[in-house]
Design a protein around this ligand. Sequence first.
Ligand code: MG
Length: 375
Amino acid sequence: MDNLATYAAHPAQSRGRHHKEDSPSGRNEFQRDRDRIIHSSAFRRLEYKTQVFVNHEGDLFRTRLTHSLEVAQIGRGIARNLRLHEDLVEAVALAHDLGHTPFGHAGQDALNACMKEFGGFEHNLQSLRVVDELEQKYAEFDGLNLTFETREGILKHCSKENARQLGDVGERFLTGKSPSLEAQVANLADEIAYNNHDVDDGLRSGLITLEQLSEVSLFARHLKIVQDQYPGLPRRRLIHETIRRMINAQVTDLCKESANRITALAPASIDDIRANAPLMGFSESMQLEQLELKRFLRANLYKHYRVNRMSHKAVRIVRELFNAFMEDTSIMPDDFQTMAKADKPRAVADYIAGMTDRYASLEHRRLFAVEDHPL
Ligand code: MG
């Protein structure tokens, strides 16, 4: 990456890894992080974790894996446009959801409720825990031993209490500093990705309609452009042409607004980025349109009764698994029994959080179905 801005994250000036390692040859430090993330088992499990729709509901819906790939794709485009480090954005994007429980937000809320008296459960913090501790495949360390910059990007938000325990990556939540621009890009690419693909999946599922979406200005504006240019275009093409224009509009707006802010501040290095309020952001009008779209999705898709039904089931599965393992750790796999000796609730939460949707359902059947007893 020859053309890197002075204020981008430069791998040669990385704050480094917890366990010292020789620099990789033929690739940079952030590429190594990205490669380790892709080779982790938590990454492979994203394929069977719910984004909004549960995996068995249809082959075409996004999963956590395809969502993460879309975040990486959007993030890399923005990074290249602003001369930021693409590999770092990609690493953060691919890792940002590693800590998600099965069954999407319903699963996370249920596990958090179960863990209320034991320090809570937060998927973002869990993503960091996965790369710092839970992946156990390297000879010399637990976790993936990623660079500070990738870990900083993964930790999007954090309570002061947790920040105090996290050391280096927790610091900025206590001192009010910002993460690298690459981390900020990955975060916003996440938003752009899910707002758009949830519209697409929502339409595909039939839970929301084109008529309803016509009330959302960002969607309506681009729908009209496509309809005017291609009258009578079949529905599937119409939806895709509209959504790709929405993504493009958001990315273009974000790059332009952020470039203006960067120019105004004239940061000399990543230290200047960290010392200031976050610079990446949409223009005010795009920000308002984003909010309108989010509100629409919350009211009409995420709270749709058919989504609620799945959430309701998910809550019961997570809660019952948690209670069963807390009552008797001997029914957990050996590794987790060992971990439970040090901290029982956390080991149970780690075990459940690592499950895919279908594994959690199967595990629930194994433990609770009397006649049907799959091993
Ligand atoms: Mg995400």
